[in-house]
Design a protein around this ligand. Structure first.
Ligand code: AMP
Ligand code: GLY
Length: 416
Protein backbone atom coordinates (compact mmCIF):
# COMPACT_ATOMS: atom_id res chain seq x y z
CA UNK A 1 0.00 0.00 0.00
CA UNK A 2 1.28 3.48 -0.92
CA UNK A 3 0.49 6.04 1.77
CA UNK A 4 0.73 9.84 1.74
CA UNK A 5 0.63 11.66 5.09
CA UNK A 6 -0.26 15.36 5.15
CA UNK A 7 1.34 17.56 7.80
CA UNK A 8 4.73 18.13 9.32
CA UNK A 9 4.61 17.91 13.09
CA UNK A 10 5.59 15.33 15.69
CA UNK A 11 2.15 13.73 15.29
CA UNK A 12 2.85 13.18 11.59
CA UNK A 13 6.33 11.89 12.44
CA UNK A 14 4.71 9.39 14.83
CA UNK A 15 2.19 8.38 12.14
CA UNK A 16 4.96 8.00 9.56
CA UNK A 17 7.09 5.99 11.99
CA UNK A 18 4.23 3.54 12.67
CA UNK A 19 3.37 3.31 8.97
CA UNK A 20 7.02 2.72 8.08
CA UNK A 21 7.03 -0.27 10.46
CA UNK A 22 3.89 -1.73 8.82
CA UNK A 23 4.83 -4.52 6.36
CA UNK A 24 1.78 -3.62 4.20
CA UNK A 25 3.22 -0.19 3.43
CA UNK A 26 5.35 -0.32 0.29
CA UNK A 27 5.88 3.44 -0.15
CA UNK A 28 5.56 6.25 2.34
CA UNK A 29 5.32 9.94 1.45
CA UNK A 30 4.71 13.06 3.50
CA UNK A 31 3.86 16.67 2.58
CA UNK A 32 5.35 18.92 3.71
CA UNK A 33 7.07 16.80 6.42
CA UNK A 34 10.08 18.00 8.39
CA UNK A 35 13.75 17.11 8.89
CA UNK A 36 12.95 14.00 10.96
CA UNK A 37 10.12 12.71 8.78
CA UNK A 38 12.51 12.88 5.81
CA UNK A 39 14.38 9.96 7.40
CA UNK A 40 11.37 7.59 7.18
CA UNK A 41 9.32 9.00 4.28
CA UNK A 42 9.88 10.81 1.03
CA UNK A 43 8.92 14.43 1.69
CA UNK A 44 7.29 16.79 -0.81
CA UNK A 45 7.18 20.59 -0.51
CA UNK A 46 3.43 20.83 -1.04
CA UNK A 47 1.18 23.24 0.87
CA UNK A 48 -1.00 21.09 3.16
CA UNK A 49 -3.84 23.62 2.90
CA UNK A 50 -4.05 23.46 -0.89
CA UNK A 51 -6.55 20.67 -1.64
CA UNK A 52 -5.92 20.65 -5.40
CA UNK A 53 -2.14 20.44 -4.92
CA UNK A 54 -2.52 17.64 -2.36
CA UNK A 55 -4.84 15.73 -4.72
CA UNK A 56 -2.41 16.15 -7.61
CA UNK A 57 0.44 14.85 -5.47
CA UNK A 58 -1.64 11.87 -4.31
CA UNK A 59 -2.58 11.06 -7.91
CA UNK A 60 0.99 11.37 -9.19
CA UNK A 61 2.20 9.07 -6.40
CA UNK A 62 -0.70 6.65 -7.04
CA UNK A 63 -1.39 6.81 -3.29
CA UNK A 64 -3.80 4.14 -2.02
CA UNK A 65 -4.47 6.19 1.11
CA UNK A 66 -4.00 9.80 2.21
CA UNK A 67 -3.87 10.49 5.95
CA UNK A 68 -4.51 14.12 6.89
CA UNK A 69 -2.80 14.97 10.19
CA UNK A 70 -3.58 18.56 11.26
CA UNK A 71 -6.91 20.33 11.69
CA UNK A 72 -6.27 23.28 9.37
CA UNK A 73 -6.35 21.27 6.09
CA UNK A 74 -9.41 19.36 7.31
CA UNK A 75 -11.31 22.54 8.14
CA UNK A 76 -10.14 23.93 4.77
CA UNK A 77 -11.77 20.96 2.99
CA UNK A 78 -8.68 19.09 1.79
CA UNK A 79 -10.31 15.71 2.56
CA UNK A 80 -13.36 16.73 0.50
CA UNK A 81 -11.22 17.44 -2.58
CA UNK A 82 -9.54 14.03 -2.25
CA UNK A 83 -12.87 12.22 -1.79
CA UNK A 84 -14.38 13.96 -4.82
CA UNK A 85 -11.50 12.55 -6.87
CA UNK A 86 -12.05 9.05 -5.51
CA UNK A 87 -8.86 8.94 -3.42
CA UNK A 88 -9.32 7.12 -0.07
CA UNK A 89 -8.65 9.62 2.69
CA UNK A 90 -8.40 9.26 6.45
CA UNK A 91 -9.85 12.49 7.79
CA UNK A 92 -13.29 14.12 7.98
CA UNK A 93 -14.99 16.47 5.54
CA UNK A 94 -14.89 20.21 6.25
CA UNK A 95 -18.47 20.06 7.50
CA UNK A 96 -17.75 17.22 9.97
CA UNK A 97 -14.44 18.85 11.01
CA UNK A 98 -16.49 21.78 12.31
CA UNK A 99 -16.73 19.64 15.43
CA UNK A 100 -13.26 21.04 16.07
CA UNK A 101 -13.44 24.18 13.93
CA UNK A 102 -16.37 25.70 15.83
CA UNK A 103 -16.89 25.25 19.55
CA UNK A 104 -20.46 26.49 19.16
CA UNK A 105 -21.18 23.79 16.53
CA UNK A 106 -19.67 21.13 18.82
CA UNK A 107 -21.93 22.27 21.67
CA UNK A 108 -24.95 22.05 19.37
CA UNK A 109 -24.08 18.49 18.30
CA UNK A 110 -23.49 17.45 21.91
CA UNK A 111 -26.81 18.89 23.01
CA UNK A 112 -28.62 17.03 20.21
CA UNK A 113 -26.82 13.75 20.99
CA UNK A 114 -27.21 14.09 24.75
CA UNK A 115 -23.45 14.03 25.28
CA UNK A 116 -22.34 15.28 28.72
CA UNK A 117 -20.38 18.55 28.53
CA UNK A 118 -19.98 21.83 30.39
CA UNK A 119 -23.02 24.10 30.36
CA UNK A 120 -22.25 27.06 28.12
CA UNK A 121 -23.39 30.23 26.42
CA UNK A 122 -22.40 31.38 22.95
CA UNK A 123 -21.92 35.17 23.10
CA UNK A 124 -21.35 37.88 20.51
CA UNK A 125 -22.04 41.15 22.41
CA UNK A 126 -20.47 42.70 25.55
CA UNK A 127 -23.83 42.45 27.33
CA UNK A 128 -24.09 38.71 26.60
CA UNK A 129 -20.48 38.24 27.71
CA UNK A 130 -21.06 40.00 31.03
CA UNK A 131 -24.25 38.05 31.67
CA UNK A 132 -22.53 34.71 30.96
CA UNK A 133 -19.47 35.49 33.12
CA UNK A 134 -21.80 36.54 35.91
CA UNK A 135 -23.96 33.41 35.56
CA UNK A 136 -21.06 30.96 35.97
CA UNK A 137 -18.77 32.95 38.31
CA UNK A 138 -15.06 32.19 38.84
CA UNK A 139 -13.02 30.37 37.65
CA UNK A 140 -14.02 31.71 34.24
CA UNK A 141 -13.66 29.60 31.08
CA UNK A 142 -13.62 31.68 27.89
CA UNK A 143 -13.14 30.07 24.48
CA UNK A 144 -12.68 31.65 21.09
CA UNK A 145 -15.25 29.96 18.84
CA UNK A 146 -12.77 29.28 16.01
CA UNK A 147 -9.50 27.38 15.60
CA UNK A 148 -6.67 28.78 17.74
CA UNK A 149 -4.07 25.98 18.02
CA UNK A 150 -4.88 25.37 21.69
CA UNK A 151 -4.31 29.02 22.55
CA UNK A 152 -7.84 30.42 22.22
CA UNK A 153 -8.92 29.23 25.67
CA UNK A 154 -8.47 31.30 28.82
CA UNK A 155 -9.23 29.81 32.22
CA UNK A 156 -8.82 32.41 34.94
CA UNK A 157 -10.15 33.60 38.29
CA UNK A 158 -9.57 37.19 37.11
CA UNK A 159 -12.84 38.68 35.84
CA UNK A 160 -11.10 41.54 34.00
CA UNK A 161 -8.80 39.10 32.16
CA UNK A 162 -11.74 36.84 31.28
CA UNK A 163 -13.69 39.82 29.97
CA UNK A 164 -10.74 41.14 27.99
CA UNK A 165 -10.20 37.78 26.24
CA UNK A 166 -13.93 37.39 25.54
CA UNK A 167 -14.10 40.85 23.94
CA UNK A 168 -11.08 40.05 21.75
CA UNK A 169 -12.90 37.07 20.15
CA UNK A 170 -15.54 37.58 17.48
CA UNK A 171 -17.82 34.87 18.75
CA UNK A 172 -17.05 33.35 22.11
CA UNK A 173 -18.18 30.36 24.16
CA UNK A 174 -18.30 30.97 27.91
CA UNK A 175 -18.79 27.88 29.99
CA UNK A 176 -18.93 26.24 33.36
CA UNK A 177 -15.55 25.33 34.92
CA UNK A 178 -14.95 21.57 35.00
CA UNK A 179 -12.87 20.27 37.86
CA UNK A 180 -10.96 16.98 37.74
CA UNK A 181 -8.24 15.24 35.76
CA UNK A 182 -8.24 15.43 31.98
CA UNK A 183 -8.12 12.47 29.59
CA UNK A 184 -7.67 12.40 25.83
CA UNK A 185 -9.48 9.51 24.20
CA UNK A 186 -9.19 8.98 20.45
CA UNK A 187 -11.46 6.87 18.29
CA UNK A 188 -11.06 5.77 14.71
CA UNK A 189 -14.37 5.82 12.85
CA UNK A 190 -15.71 5.32 9.33
CA UNK A 191 -18.82 7.35 10.17
CA UNK A 192 -20.66 4.39 11.66
CA UNK A 193 -18.38 1.93 13.46
CA UNK A 194 -16.32 3.49 16.25
CA UNK A 195 -13.06 1.92 17.46
CA UNK A 196 -11.63 3.62 20.55
CA UNK A 197 -7.86 3.72 21.09
CA UNK A 198 -6.15 3.67 24.51
CA UNK A 199 -6.55 6.80 26.65
CA UNK A 200 -3.68 9.22 27.23
CA UNK A 201 -3.09 12.32 29.29
CA UNK A 202 -1.72 15.54 27.86
CA UNK A 203 -0.02 18.39 29.75
CA UNK A 204 -1.41 21.61 28.30
CA UNK A 205 0.29 24.22 30.45
CA UNK A 206 3.77 25.46 29.57
CA UNK A 207 5.39 25.04 33.00
CA UNK A 208 5.87 22.36 35.66
CA UNK A 209 3.02 21.95 38.11
CA UNK A 210 0.48 23.02 35.45
CA UNK A 211 1.58 26.64 35.71
CA UNK A 212 1.94 29.15 32.89
CA UNK A 213 -0.03 29.66 29.69
CA UNK A 214 -1.93 27.02 27.69
CA UNK A 215 0.04 25.45 24.85
CA UNK A 216 -0.63 22.89 22.13
CA UNK A 217 0.64 20.27 24.63
CA UNK A 218 4.00 19.80 26.40
CA UNK A 219 4.02 16.05 26.97
CA UNK A 220 1.84 12.97 27.34
CA UNK A 221 1.70 9.45 28.69
CA UNK A 222 -0.32 6.26 28.34
CA UNK A 223 -1.80 4.17 29.94
CA UNK A 224 -3.51 5.96 32.83
CA UNK A 225 -3.03 3.74 35.90
CA UNK A 226 -5.37 5.91 37.96
CA UNK A 227 -8.32 5.76 35.54
CA UNK A 228 -11.39 3.56 35.97
CA UNK A 229 -10.94 0.41 33.83
CA UNK A 230 -14.47 0.97 32.48
CA UNK A 231 -13.67 4.47 31.23
CA UNK A 232 -13.16 3.63 27.54
CA UNK A 233 -16.40 1.63 27.30
CA UNK A 234 -18.31 4.37 29.09
CA UNK A 235 -16.99 7.12 26.82
CA UNK A 236 -17.68 4.98 23.74
CA UNK A 237 -21.30 4.55 24.87
CA UNK A 238 -22.01 8.06 26.17
CA UNK A 239 -19.81 10.28 23.99
CA UNK A 240 -18.14 8.79 20.92
CA UNK A 241 -20.89 6.62 19.40
CA UNK A 242 -23.72 9.16 20.00
CA UNK A 243 -21.62 11.95 18.42
CA UNK A 244 -20.78 9.86 15.35
CA UNK A 245 -24.44 8.81 15.07
CA UNK A 246 -25.64 12.41 15.33
CA UNK A 247 -23.29 13.62 12.58
CA UNK A 248 -24.40 10.77 10.31
CA UNK A 249 -28.03 11.63 11.07
CA UNK A 250 -27.34 15.23 9.98
CA UNK A 251 -26.02 14.00 6.64
CA UNK A 252 -22.43 14.98 7.47
CA UNK A 253 -20.85 11.68 8.57
CA UNK A 254 -17.58 11.94 10.47
CA UNK A 255 -14.92 9.63 9.08
CA UNK A 256 -11.41 9.79 10.51
CA UNK A 257 -10.14 10.38 14.02
CA UNK A 258 -12.53 11.68 16.63
CA UNK A 259 -10.66 13.09 19.61
CA UNK A 260 -12.57 13.53 22.86
CA UNK A 261 -10.91 15.80 25.41
CA UNK A 262 -12.57 14.82 28.68
CA UNK A 263 -12.69 15.99 32.28
CA UNK A 264 -13.30 13.31 34.90
CA UNK A 265 -15.36 15.38 37.32
CA UNK A 266 -16.93 14.37 40.63
CA UNK A 267 -20.26 14.33 38.75
CA UNK A 268 -18.99 12.09 35.96
CA UNK A 269 -17.25 12.35 32.61
CA UNK A 270 -17.72 15.62 30.69
CA UNK A 271 -16.46 16.59 27.22
CA UNK A 272 -14.14 19.60 27.32
CA UNK A 273 -13.63 19.67 23.56
CA UNK A 274 -13.66 17.60 20.40
CA UNK A 275 -10.92 17.57 17.85
CA UNK A 276 -11.22 16.15 14.35
CA UNK A 277 -7.73 14.63 14.16
CA UNK A 278 -5.08 12.82 16.15
CA UNK A 279 -3.88 14.84 19.16
CA UNK A 280 -0.36 16.07 19.46
CA UNK A 281 1.52 14.96 21.62
CA UNK A 282 -0.88 12.16 22.73
CA UNK A 283 -0.56 10.35 19.38
CA UNK A 284 3.13 9.82 20.07
CA UNK A 285 2.34 7.68 23.15
CA UNK A 286 -0.82 6.01 21.86
CA UNK A 287 0.85 4.80 18.66
CA UNK A 288 3.92 3.72 20.64
CA UNK A 289 1.67 1.20 22.37
CA UNK A 290 -0.37 0.04 19.35
CA UNK A 291 0.74 -3.39 18.16
CA UNK A 292 -1.76 -3.74 15.28
CA UNK A 293 -0.22 -2.51 12.00
CA UNK A 294 -1.72 0.92 11.35
CA UNK A 295 -2.22 1.20 7.59
CA UNK A 296 -5.08 -1.24 7.10
CA UNK A 297 -6.98 0.19 10.08
CA UNK A 298 -6.80 3.69 8.60
CA UNK A 299 -7.68 2.41 5.12
CA UNK A 300 -10.69 0.50 6.48
CA UNK A 301 -11.87 3.68 8.19
CA UNK A 302 -11.37 5.65 4.96
CA UNK A 303 -13.34 3.12 2.91
CA UNK A 304 -16.19 2.37 5.33
CA UNK A 305 -15.01 -1.11 6.28
CA UNK A 306 -14.14 -0.65 9.92
CA UNK A 307 -16.71 -3.21 11.11
CA UNK A 308 -14.54 -5.91 9.50
CA UNK A 309 -11.46 -4.85 11.45
CA UNK A 310 -10.37 -7.30 14.20
CA UNK A 311 -9.91 -5.83 17.72
CA UNK A 312 -6.80 -3.68 18.10
CA UNK A 313 -3.85 -5.14 19.99
CA UNK A 314 -1.95 -3.09 22.57
CA UNK A 315 1.32 -3.47 24.42
CA UNK A 316 1.03 -3.97 28.16
CA UNK A 317 3.84 -1.47 28.70
CA UNK A 318 3.80 2.30 28.94
CA UNK A 319 4.90 5.25 26.80
CA UNK A 320 5.92 8.79 27.69
CA UNK A 321 6.69 11.75 25.46
CA UNK A 322 8.23 15.08 26.46
CA UNK A 323 8.07 18.10 24.17
CA UNK A 324 11.11 20.31 23.69
CA UNK A 325 9.85 23.83 22.91
CA UNK A 326 11.79 26.72 21.50
CA UNK A 327 12.71 29.91 23.30
CA UNK A 328 9.60 31.98 24.11
CA UNK A 329 7.00 29.31 23.09
CA UNK A 330 3.95 29.65 23.31
CA UNK A 331 4.55 33.33 22.59
CA UNK A 332 6.39 34.17 19.38
CA UNK A 333 8.95 31.36 19.26
CA UNK A 334 12.56 31.92 18.22
CA UNK A 335 13.62 29.70 15.30
CA UNK A 336 16.84 28.86 13.48
CA UNK A 337 18.74 27.51 16.50
CA UNK A 338 20.93 24.47 15.87
CA UNK A 339 19.83 21.21 17.52
CA UNK A 340 22.64 18.97 18.74
CA UNK A 341 22.79 15.54 20.34
CA UNK A 342 20.06 13.85 18.26
CA UNK A 343 22.28 10.85 17.46
CA UNK A 344 23.24 10.46 21.13
CA UNK A 345 19.57 10.64 22.18
CA UNK A 346 18.69 7.92 19.67
CA UNK A 347 21.18 5.60 21.40
CA UNK A 348 18.98 5.43 24.48
CA UNK A 349 17.26 2.06 24.44
CA UNK A 350 13.50 2.23 23.70
CA UNK A 351 13.67 6.00 23.15
CA UNK A 352 13.35 7.90 19.89
CA UNK A 353 13.06 11.52 18.86
CA UNK A 354 10.08 12.69 16.84
CA UNK A 355 10.51 15.98 15.05
CA UNK A 356 7.93 18.79 15.08
CA UNK A 357 9.23 22.23 14.06
CA UNK A 358 12.59 21.28 12.55
CA UNK A 359 14.28 22.00 9.24
CA UNK A 360 17.69 21.54 7.63
CA UNK A 361 19.74 24.71 7.21
CA UNK A 362 22.01 25.46 4.24
CA UNK A 363 24.83 23.49 5.90
CA UNK A 364 22.62 20.43 6.44
CA UNK A 365 22.32 20.99 10.18
CA UNK A 366 18.99 20.32 11.91
CA UNK A 367 17.63 23.63 13.23
CA UNK A 368 14.48 24.69 15.07
CA UNK A 369 11.69 25.92 12.82
CA UNK A 370 8.66 26.22 15.10
CA UNK A 371 7.33 26.51 18.65
CA UNK A 372 7.25 22.83 19.54
CA UNK A 373 10.51 21.47 18.14
CA UNK A 374 10.87 17.84 19.23
CA UNK A 375 8.82 15.20 21.01
CA UNK A 376 11.18 12.85 22.82
CA UNK A 377 9.33 9.56 23.15
CA UNK A 378 10.10 6.32 24.99
CA UNK A 379 8.42 3.07 25.86
CA UNK A 380 9.03 1.06 29.01
CA UNK A 381 7.71 -1.76 31.14
CA UNK A 382 5.81 0.82 33.17
CA UNK A 383 5.50 4.60 33.31
CA UNK A 384 8.51 5.06 35.59
CA UNK A 385 10.66 3.10 33.14
CA UNK A 386 9.36 4.94 30.05
CA UNK A 387 9.77 8.28 31.81
CA UNK A 388 13.37 7.51 32.77
CA UNK A 389 14.24 6.60 29.15
CA UNK A 390 12.53 9.67 27.72
CA UNK A 391 14.28 12.08 30.09
CA UNK A 392 17.64 10.35 29.58
CA UNK A 393 17.30 10.82 25.82
CA UNK A 394 16.17 14.41 26.28
CA UNK A 395 19.18 15.19 28.49
CA UNK A 396 21.46 14.42 25.53
CA UNK A 397 19.84 17.06 23.29
CA UNK A 398 21.02 20.65 23.18
CA UNK A 399 18.90 23.49 21.78
CA UNK A 400 19.79 26.98 22.85
CA UNK A 401 17.01 28.73 24.80
CA UNK A 402 14.69 25.71 24.71
CA UNK A 403 12.46 24.62 27.56
CA UNK A 404 10.54 21.49 28.53
CA UNK A 405 8.52 20.25 31.46
CA UNK A 406 10.30 18.00 33.95
CA UNK A 407 7.11 16.54 35.48
CA UNK A 408 5.51 14.66 32.57
CA UNK A 409 3.88 11.46 33.95
CA UNK A 410 5.58 12.02 37.31
CA UNK A 411 2.48 11.76 39.48
CA UNK A 412 0.99 8.91 37.46
CA UNK A 413 4.26 6.94 37.63
CA UNK A 414 4.33 7.39 41.40
CA UNK A 415 0.70 6.24 41.74
CA UNK A 416 1.07 3.15 39.52
P1 AMP B 1 -9.61 23.29 24.81
O1 AMP B 1 -8.88 23.99 23.73
O2 AMP B 1 -11.10 23.44 24.76
O3 AMP B 1 -9.14 21.89 25.01
O4 AMP B 1 -9.14 23.97 26.18
C1 AMP B 1 -7.77 24.00 26.53
C2 AMP B 1 -7.62 23.67 27.97
O5 AMP B 1 -8.35 24.62 28.79
C3 AMP B 1 -8.19 22.31 28.37
O6 AMP B 1 -7.32 21.27 28.12
C4 AMP B 1 -8.45 22.52 29.84
O7 AMP B 1 -7.25 22.39 30.58
C5 AMP B 1 -8.89 23.95 29.91
N1 AMP B 1 -10.35 23.99 29.87
C6 AMP B 1 -11.13 24.07 28.77
N2 AMP B 1 -12.43 24.05 29.11
C7 AMP B 1 -12.49 23.95 30.44
C8 AMP B 1 -13.57 23.89 31.40
N3 AMP B 1 -14.84 23.97 31.03
N4 AMP B 1 -13.24 23.78 32.68
C9 AMP B 1 -11.95 23.73 33.08
N5 AMP B 1 -10.90 23.78 32.24
C10 AMP B 1 -11.15 23.90 30.93
N1 GLY C 1 -2.80 17.84 22.63
C1 GLY C 1 -3.91 18.65 22.34
C2 GLY C 1 -4.32 18.67 20.96
O1 GLY C 1 -3.80 17.97 20.12
O2 GLY C 1 -5.22 19.43 20.66
Amino acid sequence: MKVLVIGGGAREHALCRSLSLDPDVTALHCAPGNAGIAEVAQVHPVDALDGAAVAELATSLRADLVVVGPEAPLVAGVADVLRERGIPVFGPSAEAALLEGSKAFAKDVMAAANVPTARSYVCTTPAEIDAALDAFGAPYVVKDDGLAAGKGVVVTADLAAAREHALSCGRVVIEEFLDGPEVSLFAITDGETVVPLQPAQDFKRALDGDEGPNTGGMGAYSPLPWADPGLVDEVLRTVLQPTVDELRRRGTPFSGLLYAGLAITSRGVRVIEFNARFGDPETQVVLARLKTPLASVLLNAATGNLAAEPPLRWSEGAAVTVVVASHNYPGTPRTGDVIEGLAQAAEVERAYVLHAGTALDADGRVVSAGGRVLSVTATGDDLADARAQAYEALSRIRLDGSHHRTDIAEKAAASA
